[in-house]
Design a protein around this ligand. Structure first.
Ligand code: MLT
Length: 201
C-alpha cells in the first residue's frame, strides 16, 4: 500500500506535467487559492494543503510568537513535514516532482521560502507573494536551478521593502534566479500580482 499524505488537502489533476503547490495565508484553507492556481495555469495540476497549526482558530503552516516573530524550531519541523508531504503526494497522485512550482501567499509564502532554504530540491520554481525572511540558514542551499518570483506590496505594513530585498539577496546568494516586483498596495494580493505571475510563469 502507498503511504498517504497526512495534510488535509485538495488535489485537482491537470493536463500538463506542471503541479502548482498552493500555500494559503493565515486564516486560509485548502480551497482558498484554487481559483488563483486555475488563473495562473489552467493546465497545471493543483495541490493545496491546509496548514496544521491553529492560531485562535486560524490555520497556519507554522507557529509564531508574535506577528513576524517565528517559532524557529516549529518552522524547521513544519518545513520538513510539508516538503515530505509533497514527495508523498507525488507518489500518490503520480505527478512529476521535478515540475513542482510553489505559489505561496503571506504565511504560505514564508513556509515556501523556508522549504527553498532547507529542502532546496523540492521546487523547480516558486512564487512568493508578500514573503518575509523565514530564517537565515547556516549552510548555503544550492538553488542554482530554481527560479523565484517575489511579489511585494509598495506599502505593505507587515513586510518592509528592506526585508523583501534581504530575502531576494539570500536566495540569489544561493544561486536562485530571482525576480522582484513591487505592486501598488499593501499586504493583500492584487490583480497586478496575478498578471505578473502569469507572465513570469
Ligand atoms: C507570518 O506569520 O507568516 C507572517 O506574519 C505573515 C502572516 O501570516 O501574517
Amino acid at each position: 500500500m502507498r503511504p498517504q499524505p497526512d495534510f488535509i488537502h485538495e488535489f485537482v489533476p491537470g493536463s500538463s506535467a506542471r503541479t502548482l503547490l498552493l500555500l494559503h495565508g493565515t486564516g486560509g484553507n485548502e480551497r482558498d487559492l484554487i481559483p488563483l492556481g486555475q488563473e495562473l495555469d489552467p493546465n497545471a495540476s493543483l495541490l493545496s494543503p491546509r496548514g496544521k497549526i491553529l492560531e485562535n482558530g486560524m490555520p497556519r503552516f507554522f507557529r509564531r510568537l508574535a506577528e513576524g516573530v517565528f517559532d524557529l524550531e516549529d518552522l524547521r519541523t513544519r518545513t520538513n513535514e510539508l516538503a515530505d508531504f509533497v514527495v508523498t503526494a507525488a507518489q500518490r497522485y503520480e505527478f512529476d516532482l521535478k515540475k513542482v512550482v510553489a505559489v505561496g501567499y503571506s504565511n504560505g509564502a514564508n513556509i515556501a521560502a523556508s522549504i527553498l532554504l532547507l529542502r532546496p530540491e523540492t521546487f523547480a520554481a516558486a512564487m512568493l507573494f508578500r514573503a518575509m525572511v523565514p530564517f537565515v540558514p547556516e549552510t548555503q542551499p544550492d538553488l542554482s536551478s530554481v527560479r523565484v518570483l517575489i511579489g511585494a506590496g509598495s506599502i505593505d505594513p507587515i513586510v518592509p521593502a528592506s526585508e523583501t530585498e534581504q530575502l531576494a539577496e539570500l536566495l540569489r546568494r544561493a544561486g536562485a534566479d530571482v525576480t522582484i516586483r513591487f505592486f501598488q498596495g499593501g499586504h493583500g494580493l492584487t490583480q497586478a500580482d496575478v498578471q505578473a505571475a502569469q507572465e513570469w510563469l
